[in-house]
Design a protein around this ligand. Structure first.
Ligand code: HEM
Length: 343
């Protein structure tokens, strides 16, 4: 296989690690020295070989361990995966989208063989070889959305489109930045975005929804979002806040480089063909401060972004108490020289 998969954990002893390759292709999200919310959408096209944007669904060295972590979270809390009854067809659309993309773009890892509605799916990294009948749920071990998202990195929100709005009527959410599928299920675009500061007044959500309602099949879009996480935790859910919230209090000058992680979400948007649903994969990439500062222009820029971020955003993203420590630590890598564009 072309990718060497890490054997690592995202809880307990936290053995997660990025290789030099993963650091080099990390999706650093800041294109200037300051940050504010915007409707930062662009076509989901491949323009830089090797980047995380190259393939429809990026597979990397964390794949196998991330899927193990998802299975662990689901075993403890099955409500992380929910699909209202009218969303089953969208689940099949998603099966088709992911299987076709992965088989075409990673032929050494995944194979899809079709004989009419009889499909054979081979997932080599996870050791899966299943034959099933497309659109017949009884031939899969789980519902279609659950089946395929147990094999695909990132969270998935599957949105029904009706009444000029999007409704969160299905999802697989085990790697989220402090929001809950069980709380949001059945909500619309404005309702689930209600806790976000500033963006409503700026008109961002009205414009974003307009854009999303018009996404066409075969013309996916993407954007990046980011936050901060202490320890390489994928599951920072409200359900488990009692476990990970306290970890934020353990940050010190000595351990911040190792423990503090920038968390970047590659969010993509695809129209699904039969159901007309919209699928929203949210792929999480983590990088420790120690690894991040190996790229000097990232270190300089991150220092300035965190230092100057509006209070409301630092509070909403959950790092306002640790911000002074982060800024002090990052400042040692910022000599004041310009950060070049295009990073
Ligand atoms: C935050 C879902 C599309 C902008 C969030 C949250 C959820 C969410 C669940 C967390 C809210 C909370 O605190 O409970 C979705 C879904 C989308 C979508 C399912 C696809 C239909 C967009 C788009 C934009 C956007 C297109 C474009 C501007 C934001 C922003 C935040 C946010 C700015 C705050 C993030 C932060 O500061 O870390 N979104 N979103 N969302 N969303 Fe969306």
């Amino acid at each position: 296989m072309t990718i060497q998969f890490n054997d690592e954990t995202f809880y307990g002893d936290f053995t997660f690690k990025n290789s030099d390759w993963a650091i080099k292709r990390f999706p650093f999200p800041f294109h200037e020295d300051s940050y504010m919310y915007s409707v930062n959408m662009e076509p989901h096209k491949s323009y830089r070989p090797g980047s995380v944007f190259e393939r429809t669904f990026d597979v990397d060295e964390h794949y196998v361990s991330e899927m193990k972590d998802r299975a662990r979270v689901l075993a403890n809390d099955p409500l992380r995966c929910q699909s209202l009854p009218h969303m089953t067809l969208a689940g099949w659309d998603l099966v088709e989208l992911i299987m076709e993309a992965k088989a075409a773009e990673y032929p050494d890892l995944f194979e899809l063989h079709k004989d009419g509605n009889r499909w054979r799916w081979i997932n080599k990294p996870l050791g899966i070889d299943d034959t099933f009948t497309f659109l017949d749920e009884s031939t899969l071990p789980y519902g279609p959305m659950e089946y395929i998202t147990r094999q695909t990195q990132g969270d998935f929100a599957v949105l029904d489109q009706r009444d000029d709005n999007l409704w969160m009527d299905a999802g697989m959410v085990t790697t989220q930045a402090d929001w809950s599928l069980d709380f949001d299920i059945g909500m619309n675009f404005f309702e689930w975005h209600a806790p976000v500061p500033k963006a409503h007044e700026m008109g961002i959500f009205v414009r974003a929804l307009k854009f999303l309602l018009n996404i066409q099949q075969g013309q996916p879009a993407r954007r990046l979002n980011w936050t901060m996480t202490v320890n390489p935790l994928l599951d920072t859910s409200p359900e488990n806040y009692h476990k990970w919230g306290v970890m934020k209090q353990g940050l010190t000058r000595e351990n911040i480089g190792d423990k503090q992680h920038l968390r970047v979400e590659l969010q993509t948007f695809f129209r699904l063909p039969r159901s007309n649903a919209l699928v929203f994969p949210i792929r999480c990439y983590l990088i420790s401060f120690n690894d991040l500062v190996t790229v000097p222009k990232w270190a300089r820029r991150l220092h300035r972004v965190i230092r100057d971020l509006p209070e409301e955003l630092a509070a909403y993203k959950g790092f306002i108490d640790n911000r002074p420590l982060m800024v002090e630590w990052l400042s040692q890598f910022d000599d004041g020289s310009p950060t070049s564009d295009g990073i």
